[in-house]
Design a binder for this molecule. Sequence first.
Ligand code: TYD
Length: 209
Amino acid sequence: MTESISSGKFITVEGIDGCGKTTQAEFIIETLVDLGKSAKIVREPGGDPISESIRKLLLHAEEAMSDRAEALLMIASRAQLTDKIVLPQIINGAWVVADRYADSTLAYQGGGRGLSVKSLNEINEFGTYTLKPDLTFFIDISVDVANSRMRVERDRIEKEGNDFQQRVRDQYMKLHESEPERVILINGEQSVEEVRAEIWNHIKEKFNL
Ligand code: TYD
């Protein structure tokens, strides 16, 4: 979709908690800006005042949240971010790098919570205004490595435990297998520099930079 409306590009970075995606998303932006591109980073859930309010509810709610309410709030936050920030930037020809996007809902609420991936795909399509990333990096690490890297203070979803994180990882792997051209698998257990170089090589090749 993005290619047909403008020269703006949309890249997303995904993986289980602790995989290092935020650092890599920031590297991508820095490198694009160094090349003279207009580039913006966004994070999910969040990235806009309304989406940030939804994020607080999602990550710090005290009461038990139903799995479907969680999924719909993730997608509501995404709809707001897409309409107010991502699409306007892309239409203007800018690059947008998202620290998590629609695949997170398939992995966490589909794989992790066990909701229907098919239903989530449909609701995601509505919530994203059918926008699809041009390229997605799935930075893969084992659950053990993730645990060794994660900070002590964990949010509601990070507290779900090892089996949950493993199901999330497995679902990401399935997404990579079903769309290998878009969802690029990166070994996140390499050094930060190696991960950075591998990601940048893919971006250079895909977009002829
Ligand atoms: P994230 O911002 O990556 O965490 P951190 O602030 O620690 O870097 O994501 C917050 C949590 O939300 C994370 O555990 C993954 C979860 N999440 C979902 O479950 N579904 C979604 O659709 C999204 C975007 C995030």
